[in-house]
Design a protein around this ligand. Sequence first.
Ligand code: F6P
Length: 504
Amino acid sequence: MSVKDKRAAWDNVFAHGQRLKAFHLRDVNQDTARSEKLSLKLGPLQANFARQRLDDNALNALFELAESSSLINAVADMFNGKHVNQSEQRAALHTALRSNLGDSADSRAAHALALVSHRQMAALIQQLEASDVTDIINIGIGGSDLGPRLAVDALRDFHTGRFRIHFISNVDGSNAQHVLKALDPTKTAAILVSKTFGTQETLLNGGIVKDWLQNDSRLYAVSANIEKANAFGVTSSNILPMWDWVGGRYSLWSCVGFSLALAIGLPKFQEMLNGAAEMDTHFLNAPIKKNLPVWHALMAVWNRNAIGLSTQAVVPYDERLGFLPSYLQQLVMESLGKSVGPDNKAVEHATVPVIWGGTGSSTQHSFFQALHQGSDIVPMDFIGVIKPSHSYTENHQALLANLFAQTEALANGSQGNELQKNYAGNRPSSLFLLDELNPHSFGLLLALYEHSVYVQSVIWGINAFDQWGVELGKKLASGLMPSLQHKNNQAGDAITQSLLKLIR
Ligand code: F6P
């Protein structure tokens, strides 16, 4: 389709946005056909979009927008290892880490490398299991921290109990201090996870832990830069590979998940990969109108562009998914936080919303007041788990009752005599229900978000796989280091200089 077709498709979406200005979710809440029509199911996941502010015609306009963005080709390009990360001339083959669905020599080669690396990881796991190591520290930041941290916590019911897993990410030394204080260096192994092995935070924290361990044989690394890991003091046999065709925020499925594999064991790690692979197969093969990641992405585009909502909250009603909002902040905002396309031209539409959230029911007693009565409308992703892993039946019933109550209250609102006790309603949400939270369903859920992000990037015309926006701050910070080390005070603008004077 041509650029003109895409522009017309956008115009059509906006026209439907205008047409539906007076639409209220309250008016469709008795429509059971709507609930069925706006639902999709894949394996352990049921998605319901009935509480989004659109109708059939608007949804069709969104499907046309996806088609006019050549989505089907773009998806095939990603799976086949084409350079969809244009600014760095790289593939984005995170799917090859868990499935072999690509139809190219590059994607097959990537999958073969992933299998070899998983075998290497299995050997290191065996070695550690046979040792007297009891504690593992994952040292990394961003994608080298958030995925493993989320997964280790979310899959706590599946820990073998052989190792305790700890995380150090922040360059704030109190992070390292707090973690190390509770551990015995003779029983601890550390994994430095860094794709580039050039990240300031990870190198500084790695240095602290290396000195503390005083035994490099318990130092491991996961990196695409083996030379730098070697130079740091990690022996080659303790280094697991990464590649430039996996973005940090898409890397949990690689050996970046080493700490997770140590926590839950390889068979459960494989189940997580299989869950993601189920979503990959669906994403690649299901037609646009039945494709779950496409629906998820289209709701995001609808809320961001047609309704004009600038934030998006994610609220899992499951304590085990407590790190999901933080993980998604990187996945979504680092991927989609761009306003210029690969052609170096400003894109024509608003892109990423601010992603935020927390777990229900706790957050009902913090920020939900604003969701119900604040002046900004926040679209929500609610996530629930049908079968709990505990035996406190009444708690679980109360949790689910709260979850359904919130989706209803936000959508329908309620009118009383006093204005300040009114709820305007018409606050949209999507609901995702997992049969249970296990490695498979967890992998499938994360892959849903990954693919949704890609679809959004294709529709908005931006590159989901680079992150130039983080570089300037890094450069300025390294320039300021000498000033903080009292070597000189030349760096920084006049305001920074005056502040530096204050702290000297
Ligand atoms: O600064 C952003 C970033 O590059 C992320 O994209 C990445 O996940 C993180 O830093 C850590 O990078 P690395 O794994 O190379 O240490």
